[in-house]
Design a protein around this ligand. Sequence first.
Ligand SMILES: NC(=O)c1ccc[n+]([C@@H]2O[C@H](COP(=O)([O-])OP(=O)(O)OC[C@H]3O[C@@H](n4cnc5c(N)ncnc54)[C@H](O)[C@@H]3O)[C@@H](O)[C@H]2O)c1
Length: 358
Amino acid sequence: MNSYDIAVLAGDGIGPEVVEATLAVLRKVDARHSLGLGFTELRAGAFAYRDTGTDLSDEVFDRARKADAILLGAMGWPGIRHADGTELAPQITLRQRLDLFGGVRPIRAIPGVPLPLVDPRAAKIDFVILRESTEGLFFSKDKGVVTRDQAEETLRMTRGTSLRLARMAFDLAGQRARRLGRSGRVTLVDKANVFRAFAWLRQIFQEVAVDYPEVRHDAAYVDAMALDLIRRPWDFDLLPTENMFGDILSDLAAGLIGGMGFAPSADLGEGHAVFQPSHGTAPDIAGKGKANPTATILSAAMMLEWLAMRDAGDAMAEAAQEIRAAVDAAFSEGLRTADIGGTSGTAEATRAVLSALR
Ligand SMILES: NC(=O)c1ccc[n+]([C@@H]2O[C@H](COP(=O)([O-])OP(=O)(O)OC[C@H]3O[C@@H](n4cnc5c(N)ncnc54)[C@H](O)[C@@H]3O)[C@@H](O)[C@H]2O)c1
């Protein structure tokens, strides 16, 4: 039996709660399909920093780098900060050090989950934000220059990463088009009306679009997109964007499908990948058993799919599909987590998904 080493970084706040739920689901599909998953739990995060002086030790980083995939809960805690006032964010350090440029963030309406938009077309929401996750304004992390009279942060994009992001966007749109039986569409989200860097990024996307004649291609300004994601989110397919824009639009988009507890993500590079919910450590509900584990469970399904694409076998892809179907079945059959006005906490939601796993 093959063996796949999954580094597990549960992190802070609700991170360990949603990871525990997800490991239960992964163990069940592993037993059924003999996937050969092995889990190595590692400590990193804001509380690790408080206790040990480092949020991501070299040893933990090295162990995670050598794993076949990394499953992450969430990290950071508002009360634990650097002297400059910023928070600990080892999840961002991981993206930068492992060159995980492609933040894939699917936004899909799960059948049965009440949606905030009253338009019945909201049930068809199914798009992906592709957040560039190593550059953009986040290039400036820990590099900002602040004096008494001025504060300056620098946005940077490189041609190499922008080309890889564009190709990833068109490849993903092509894969989705085949799976969903519809034509694919890539809409670059930028601010090319004001900034030269974004006009330059548009040109890079146009260069790459030539190689994908079967995928429609256009672009939109980020402010207009914020409006359109509320007005007509069902119209979009693949939305590549700069790091900071993707960070903000991801939360807005999660709001369309029930909240952060429903928004999974995968940070992909060429050799490594981190799978984690789009949400943070939710200090307001941490330790109360109320966290919705769905986003992390769906992130784990993305992890199995990614392993399958890297030759881990069809059983991984089948297990991923089963997890997604179980989540859909659980909510269709009445599961209502606390974040959508229900009474089910983390443990009950996990049990519902486990029992829906066919
Ligand atoms: N990737 C990460 O690890 C990550 C991402 C974002 C924020 N953070 C950190 O998390 C901390 C809290 O940040 P925040 O409050 O801005 O964002 P957050 O995503 O933690 O919480 C935003 C809101 O969504 C709710 N929420 C989030 N996940 C939920 C879940 N699974 N189930 C039910 N409700 C959920 C929270 O209760 C809160 O009301 C900060 O320290 C921040 O730096 C970490």
